[in-house]
Each structure stands twice: as C-alpha cells, then as structure tokens.
Design a protein around this ligand. Structure first.
Ligand code: DX5
Ligand code: ZN
Length: 223
C-alpha cells in the first residue's frame, strides 16, 4: 500500500480546515501531523487542541509524528484527541519498548522513527513490535529542507530486514520529498511518503492529483 501523507506543517494555518477538506476531497487517506516541543527539536509546532479540533471535521487517518522528548508522557492524550497512529523517536525515549507498549495499549498503530544519524540497527530488534518505521530523510524540526542522500541506503537496509523476517511493516519517509527524491525513496522500498512543501506549495489540489499519479506510476500500482 502506497500513500502520500501530506504534512500539515506546511499548511496555511489561517485556512487549515479548508485545506484539510481539499486534501480529503482529492482522495488523500493519511494526514501527517508534526508535533514539536522545542526540546527534542528546536522548533515548536502545535499540539492536542489543534488535533482535536481538526478531528471533528475529518475522517482521514491521523498519522501523528511526535518530535517530543519523553513522548511516553503524552501517548494517551494524543490517542484521545484522535490519533490513529503515533510515532515516537527512538532517540527521544528512555525506554523505547515501554513507549511501544503504551502506544499499542492506547489502541492505535505503532510507529518508531530514527533521525538521519541513527543507524537502522538501533531499532532492528523491535521490528516485530511495530507497524511502521519512519526514516527521517532530513534533520527533524523544519519543513522545506533538502533530502539527505545517505538516507537511501538506510531505506534499502530496512526493507531488506523486513523482507528477510517476513514482516508486515510499513516504511515511511519524511523530509525533502519532491519530484526527484520521490522515485529514489520508492525504489529503495519506502511506501508511506510524507511531503510538506511538495504538496502545499502552489495549488494544493493540482499538486495532490499530480503527485498521486506519479506515485502510482513509479510504484507500478494503480490504486
Ligand atoms: C520535519 C517534519 C516533516 C516536514 C516535512 O521535521 O517531520 O514532516 O513537514 O517537510 P518537507 O516535505 O517540506 O521537507
Ligand atoms: Zn513529520
């Protein structure tokens, strides 16, 4: 299953509701929601009240990416305000296994993310316990950065591990996805494709339709 997961970090917050409706009408199933705490990453984005409020108007799958130190503290809260999937950073958790358990117990999908400098090896023993691994393809914290080329090898390595262990784990990529890098990451084995500026810069609806067609073409999968 391939999905374009637009990141609302690049949305126009003055028109957030309207832009979310446009995405949903254009056929988007996954909405990527970046929560930043100003500690794990330098910037601060938004939190529970925003998610709660957009939840009322949208049926999309809410993919919440927590760039937060000690995210264990907030898992229950994010599940209650409408997350369908919660992703925590391996680097941000004191006890990653416990965090995974908490997400599972909250009844939502489990994601674990690694920053560009963190090797796949650090989380490979946990693959059987998660639904998705998010490989950060830029330094987490800001939209609009350039894809880090070393990420491609990490995606390939992870895809190979998942294949070898015969697991059903999604590989999500996040950061610097554009016309050029989209093909690179899909070829390497990613299937959940987060994109901020690529989707929101220019006309939203036109972009979504064009990018989704491109994903179908590159992945060879008509959805
Ligand atoms: C960055 C966030 C991303 C960001 C991606 O830390 O996790 O989701 O919105 O933005 P682009 O696609 O513009 O690199
Ligand atoms: Zn993200």
């Amino acid at each position: 299953m391939y999905q374009l997961c637009p990141s609302i970090l690049s949305a126009d917050f003055n028109r957030l509701g309207e832009q979310i409706q446009t995405l949903e009408r254009a056929g988007i199933k996954w909405l990527h929601i970046d929560v930043m705490d100003g500690d794990f990453v330098p910037s601060i984005s938004f939190g529970m009240p925003v998610i709660k409020s957009i939840r009322k108007e949208s049926k999309m799958f809410f993919d919440v990416h927590l760039m937060v130190t000690a995210p264990e503290r907030y898992i229950q809260d994010f599940a209650e305000c409408g997350a369908d999937s919660i992703t925590v950073h391996a680097e941000a958790c004191e006890d990653l296994e416990r965090a995974i358990e908490l997400i599972r117990d909250a009844g939502v999908r489990v994601g674990v993310s690694i920053k560009p400098a963190t090797p796949v090896n650090d989380i490979s023993h946990l693959l059987k316990d998660v639904d998705m691994v998010l490989i950060m393809t830029v330094q987490p914290g800001f939209g609009g950065q350039k894809y880090i080329p070393e990420s491609t090898e990490k995606i390939k390595e992870l895809r190979e591990l998942i294949r070898r262990e015969e697991l059903d784990v999604d590989i999500q990529v996040d950061g610097g996805i554009n016309d050029e890098t989209l093909e690179t990451v899909i070829d390497a084995g990613a299937n959940l494709l987060v994109a901020g500026s690529y989707v929101f810069k220019g006309d939203l609806e036109t972009n979504v339709k064009r990018i989704c067609r491109r994903i179908e073409k590159i992945s060879g999968q008509a959805e």
